[in-house]
Design a protein around this ligand. Structure first.
Ligand code: AMP
Length: 177
């Protein structure tokens, strides 16, 4: 994987910002990667190739940076896109899961009718840190009667062990830091 020029380019376009949004957090700023068309295209292409064997029917992505990866990935895979949002943002009837994250606690919601029962779902976010957000999204998927068949992230902060929190759901990660 590390020999893939797309991985090398993407890694060079992630900026580390110390003490954001709180002291002690080393924030992974993906905006330079998004601003570089070749790096962004390479990222979505890499992720699409990596998740295709999971044969998802739908991509579920997490507000808000997850949308930046989930929407183009859904188009590349030829499947639909369903948003997971912070409370109070979705207009129709919603289902909610509360969770802890690296800096604070939060909750996520989905439209209760967003997934076909039994659908094979790929959960997508930009970064996996503790894994709490993605695990909450997987729980939402299950509550709606669908199956999380995998989770894909642009970047994993490996020291925080988020991938293990999602087990046995397989995770696909382009960059491990
Ligand atoms: P977690 O639930 O701890 O896995 O946190 C994942 C969510 O928080 C993702 O939506 C990330 O966008 C964001 N996040 C957490 N830690 C960081 C970090 N160090 N750099 C960038 N984003 C982060």
């Amino acid at each position: 994987m590390s020999q893939d020029s797309r991985v090398i380019l993407a890694r060079s376009r992630v900026r580390q910002v110390a003490d954001f949004p709180k002291p002690g957090i080393l924030f992974k700023d993906i905006t330079p990667m998004l601003a570089d068309a070749e790096a962004f295209r390479g990222c979505i292409g890499w992720l699409a190739e990596a998740v295709r064997p999971l044969a998802p029917d739908v991509v579920v992505a997490i507000e808000s940076r997850g949308f930046l990866f989930g929407a183009p990935l859904a188009l590349a895979l030829g499947v639909g896109f369903v948003p997971v949002r912070k409370p109070g943002k979705l207009p129709h009837v919603t289902t909610r899961v509360d969770y802890d994250l690296e800096y604070g606690s939060d909750a996520v919601e989905m439209h209760s009718d967003a997934l076909r029962p039994g659908a094979r779902v790929l959960v997508v976010d930009d970064v996996i840190a503790t894994g709490g957000t993605a695990r909450a999204a997987c729980e939402l998927v299950r509550r709606l009667g669908a199956e999380p068949v995998g989770a894909a992230f642009f970047l994993e902060i490996a020291a925080l062990g988020g991938g293990a929190l999602l087990a046995p759901i397989p995770t696909v990660v382009m960059l491990r830091d």
